[in-house]
Design a protein around this ligand. Structure first.
Ligand code: NAD
Ligand code: UD1
Length: 350
């Protein structure tokens, strides 16, 4: 089976590529074959397409260091439909996992057209090329952001959908496009995966999340405080309706998230159709609990100050994970300690 991974040099994509390649070893037992490089190269079944707008090509080498397999890599933009078409015709993938997209909420508010164009047009181009080449299996990176401001927690897949910013709107719009597409062609096999808050890094410390500039999200910000690049964590508000007043979220280790993609792909093979799953741990942690856990991993206190709320933030967001557990056997194995240990290991190396 050959899989095209868009956005495969990015944060979640690169971890998923590693997991896909490692799974191939398990399945076909490449270690029983000749060790010559050519044999290994011939056996690669992952093709990455990324325009490198938010990642670096050396991630491909790092994936090779981890897995001993170099995935095929094309620097190409999904907005360039001809380029995507040529790659698909040449590589003939059986399935597509679609990570490529822009993802910064604040930036999407400032540059909505760029976000709509990149995320929506890029996805439509990709789906058109798939249709032209008879490719039916598709896994899409959606987000818990499509639940907007949920009335209660935990959130299950049947909660009402809404969005509060252009980034979230692109995710919801793509979900709707996929539901319409499936209604028009029920031979499609589509998995919509709604990620909660992916954090951490590969245990090797070679790949992880390294945002440009000052991070917007909690864990990358904490990492930079620990590394001495930022003075202290700004805790956005302590008057939320939560256990200690700070915001509560469902943080999931990126390696667990990667596993979810593999399980979703397997599901599409076993039981075709369109499915939607939350990928989270089902447990919510407050910002102060996060500070406490990271401090224990560091062996020193992480400095922080409570400041005003960040506009648009919600009290609590965590997943009901029952459906993904029941239907694909997905269960996050790694806890907060591993998320911080692996994230910090990557941060120290970068
Ligand atoms: P990332 O930015 O690290 O990876 C996305 C990759 O897509 C990057 O390597 C970028 O260069 C590439 N890309 C963007 N536009 C492209 C285009 N037009 N053509 C080709 N390549 C393009 O982000 P990530 O955190 O790995 O997120 C992956 C996906 O998961 C995204 O769709 C994101 O919206 C979604 N998601 C992420 C989170 C999160 O917190 N990280 C949460 C929920 C959903
Ligand atoms: C972010 C995205 C959201 C996406 C989700 C999952 C934003 C505005 N929203 O939301 O679209 O679906 O990730 O990937 O980026 N916090 C601090 N100090 C900081 C940073 C964050 O106290 O410097 C707090 C926040 O108030 C929140 C929690 O930490 O309570 C988590 O914040 P963040 O990591 O930005 O994730 P989300 O708010 O869940």
């Amino acid at each position: 089976m050959k899989i095209l991974v868009t956005g495969g040099t990015g944060y979640i994509g690169s971890h998923t590529v590693v997991r896909l390649i490692e799974n191939k070893y398990d399945v076909v037992m490449l270690d029983n074959l000749s060790n010559s490089k050519k044999d290994v190269v011939d056996k690669i079944d992952v093709v990455i397409v990324d325009n490198l707008s938010n990642s670096k090509e050396d991630v491909v080498d790092k994936i090779q260091t981890i897995t001993k397999v170099k995935p095929i890599f094309y620097k190409a933009d999904l907005l360039d439909k001809d380029a995507v078409s040529k790659i698909v015709k040449k590589e003939k993938p059986d399935a597509v996992i679609h990570f490529a997209g822009l993802k910064a909420v604040g930036e999407s508010v400032e540059q909505p057209l760029r976000y709509y164009h990149n995320n929506i047009t890029g996805t439509v181009n990709l789906l058109e090329v798939m249709a032209e080449n008879g490719i039916k299996d598709f896994v899409f990176s959606s987000s818990a952001t499509v639940y907007g401001n949920p009335k209660s927690v935990p959130i299950n897949e049947n909660f009402p959908l809404s969005t509060t910013n252009p980034y979230g709107a692109t995710k919801l719009m793509i979900e709707n496009i996929l539901r319409d597409l499936y209604n028009s062609d029920t031979s499609m096999n589509i998995a919509i995966l709604r990620y909660f808050n992916p954090v951490g890094a590969h245990k090797s410390g070679l790949i992880g999340e390294n945002p440009n500039g000052i991070p917007n999200n909690l864990v990358p910000y904490m990492m930079q405080v620990a590394a001495g690049k930022l003075d202290y964590l700004r805790v956005f508000g302590d008057d939320y309706k939560t256990k200690d007043g700070t915001g509560v979220r469902d943080y999931i280790h990126v390696e667990d998230l990667a596993e979810g993609h593999l399980l979703a792909l397997k599901k599409l093979k076993e039981k075709p159709g369109i499915v939607t799953y939350n990928l989270g741990t089902g447990v919510g942690y407050s910002v102060l609990e996060m500070v406490k856990e990271f401090s224990s991993v560091l062996g020193r206190d992480l400095p922080y100050k409570i400041i005003a709320r960040r506009p648009g933030d919600i009290d609590a967001c965590y997943a009901d994970t029952a459906l993904a557990k029941k239907e694909i056997g997905f269960e996050a194995k790694r806890g907060l300690h591993d998320m911080f240990k692996d994230g910090w290991n990557f941060q120290k190396n970068s």
